[in-house]
Each structure stands twice: as C-alpha cells, then as structure tokens.
Design a protein around this ligand. Sequence first.
Ligand code: SGN
Ligand code: CA
Length: 515
Amino acid sequence: MKLKLIAILLSIHLLFSCSNQDREGTIESRTNIIFIMTDDHSYQTLSAYDDRFINTPNLDRIAKDGVLFANSFVTNSICGPSRATMITGKFSHKNGFPDNRSTFDGSQPTLPKYLQKAGYETAIVGKWHLKSVPTGFDHSEVLIGQGNYYNPVFIENGDTTRSEGYVTDIITDKSLDWLNQRDTKKPFCLLLHHKATHRVWKPDTSLFNTFQDVTFEIPNTYFDDYEGRTAAAEQKLSIIEDMDLVYDLKMLDKEGEIKTKYRRNFQIMYNRFTEEQKKAWDKYYDPIIAEFKEANLSGKELAKWKYQRYMEDYLKCVKSVDNNVGRVLDYLEEKGLSDNTLVVYTSDQGFYMGEHGWFDKRFMYEESMRTPLLMRFPKNIKAAGKIDELVQNIDYAPTILDLAGVKIPSDMQGESLVPLVTGKKEDIREALYYHYYEYPNEHMVKRHYGIRTDRYKLIHFYNDIDDWELFDLQKDPGEMNDLYGKEGYEKITANLKEKLEKLQVRYEDTDRSTY
Ligand code: SGN
Ligand code: CA
C-alpha cells in the first residue's frame, strides 16, 4: 500500500516536471528576446512600410525574414505612457502612467518581472523615461530623462557615467557588451531602447553628408487650414509656426543674429560637444546657416525650407538607427543566436513628417496613432509576411510571455500575437481603443479618446472642449474631412458610439472623475 502511494506520488511529480519542461523547453530551445524600440520613428520613414524618403535595409531585413504588422497602433501616443503600456500589457488608466508627468509605480507586476520569475536574465539599455528606478531588470543602463544625442550620461545600476560619442552607437555598444557577458545558462530578454529619432534630431557627424541635395516631397496636407477640426486648429506642433530655427533647425549663427525662443537651449547642448565634435558640426552647418541668412526667406518659401531642413536631420537619425540595428542582427548571426531569438522592432509611437503641417505626435490621427512593428520569430515558429489585422502595444507583453512559455496574466489587456502570425486565429479584435491625456502642456493637444475600426475613426475631444470627429479612412485617409453630424452618417456614428462604450467597459476606462 505504502509503495503504491509512493509510486503514485512519484508519477505525479514526474508528470509535473515533464509538463514544466515541455512548457519552458530546454535552455537551448527557449526563446531569447531582443526588443528594439526607437523614440518617435515614423512608419513613413522605414522603407519596408514606405520608401518615399529613405532606404532602411537593416530594418527591412527583419521584415523580410519575419512579420510586418501593417496595422500596428499605440493606445496613447506619447513616450512614457507607451513604455508603461509596453511593460505592463495594460492601458494607461490601469498602469497609472497617463502622461509624461507621471511616475511609474515600479512595484506593479511587469513583463521583465514575469520573465525573471520564469528563469530569464533581463536587461534594459537606453531610454527609460518612466522616472522611478527600473525594477525587474538584472541589468539596467538607462539615460537620464530624454538623454543627449552626444556624450550621453547613463545611470548604470545606480551609478552615473558619461560616455563620449553618439548615442545610437553607444546604446548598441552597451547592449552588445551586456550580451557578451550575460549568463549563458539562462535565456535572455534585452530591451534595447534608442533615444533616436527624438527631437531635436541631431545627426551623427559621420552621416552629415547623407541626403545632401535631396529634395523631399512635401505632403499634400502640409498647408492644412484645419477647417472644421477645432482641436487640430489649436495645437502647437506646426513646423511652420512652432519649430524653432535654432533649436530644431540648427541655425546657431556665430554672430548671434538669429534670435529665437529656444536659442539658449540649443547653445547649452552645443557647449556639451567635444572640441572635435564642434569642429565637425560647424564645418557642416556654418555654410547652411550662411546660405539661409543670405536667402532671407519668408512666407511659403520659409515654410518649405523648414520642411527640407527638418527632414534632412530626422532622416540622418533614422539612418544611424538602421546601421546599428544591422550590427545587432549581425551579432546574433555570428553568435548562432538568430534561430532562437525573437527580434522586435518598434517605436514608442508614430510621428508627423509634415502631414497637416506638423511634427510630433499625441493625436489619434493616423500618423501618430500608428507605429512601425516588425517581428522576426524564432525558427520553431513559422511566421513570415504581412499581417493586416489591428494590433496594439498592449499586445507586446502577452506575445513575449507566450513565446517564453509563461502563462499570460489575466489582468493583461492585450492579446498574444502568436496565434495570429501562425494562422491559428484570423483576428484578435474588431476595433481599437485610444486615450490621450497630456493637456494642457507643451504642444497643446487636447485630451481625447476614441475608437478605430478598419474603416472608421470616432474621436471625442474633451476637458476644455466637447467636440466629436468622425472620419471615413477609406474615402479620406488623410483625415481632412470631419463627418460628425453630417447627414447620412447618423447610423454609423450611433453604432461606433455603442462600440466605443463597450470598449470602455471592457477595458474598465469608465471613471470620468479621473480625467
Ligand atoms: C520633449 C520635446 C517635445 C516632445 C516631448 C515628448 N521637447 O518635451 O517636443 O513632444 O518631449 O516626447 S524638447 O524641446 O525637449 O525636445 S516623448 O517622446 O518623450 O513623449
Ligand atoms: Ca516618443
């Protein structure tokens, strides 16, 4: 009898350890994760999505060998909130980080913590921007706040160090250094978070001469008059009105004749350059400054010049990202890690490349609600090509946990994308929910929430305004024609409002007193 009991207990034990083994796999077979996230990189400037402006062969490599999500969106188009969503799998109202003024509560469960528990070694290198000390990482080397393009300062597991050089190169160097010294007995998850391509788009000196003499096509909505769209009319993200000639467009003339609001801020950044960097900088920009002063532009000519200047510097920052992503892919190849590593490339949100006359993000309009998303899966997952279904940044954490063999916590609000890319599921959602909170603040984009289906978008701007907008994305992809309240759209509007309310109930964003 006793023997029988022992035998039963033993077989139960074996059963459990087997299923555990099956679930987590052997060390060699468990999926490693490299999650590369840039800051403000638009899908319009990633050639796998759109090749009008730039060729990004290394990012395209991820798309070619993996999956390109053609309809990838964020929940709240701004940096900190997007990062908080990424590591919690939850909307802003659930993770407590609604805008960049928030502080992340590092005691809550997060993706890296779940991975650590499952035996992963975890690291974050680069931009963090959640203010509190990163938790859940075995190694963290993060920029202070937004960080600097040149000679950035990092906090490495609590200690502050200044690194000389260009930030995108340095973040990559530090990431590869960590990979080289990691505990090879464990699977790893590395969050490699670039500062680029954030404002004020300072290119690496070695790329100054790229895109010279290229004229970029100005979007046909560049001179938008915002007719019928109040919130769009009242923002402060216009290239023409709000972009600073010195700060954003680098016209720091030695004579001090170009006096602008943010000249001093740029001077402070310039003063941090090394002598060698200053020399290279001046050699490139001084002739452009002289030419600009000579031309004495105004009106539409000045507006067009600003666009070209903006695009040129922004794209050089993208180029450096692309080169450095290439270094990471080569490293994985050389070390034989490509086959069992998930490589994700995304940005914390999209960005305006002059559409509606804008730079920056925040609005629920397409250019900023969308974000690039590429995933190269480990070899055991047969997934390649283009996915058209609606996906959102709440899905990143569940997807990674799914691949890591970890049960997805029931309070995560996203879905694993694995069944979608392997063809086991056709769809994961009918519509997307969005909510933006940072108002009043820089750029003055009003608070709003809304719903996006594959065809329509309904937005409610609230707080100091009560204004609805409706767009038919099929007929009006540029979102210039607000159909809300127009004859013939009553049914569609009522239907969308009903769906929107259902989403708010589903995601538990119904407490109006909090916003
Ligand atoms: C800074 C920028 C803004 C930008 C926010 C948020 N100004 O404040 O233009 O919208 O960050 O960006 S700057 O003068 O400091 O460049 S985010 O990506 O971090 O959310
Ligand atoms: Ca950002």
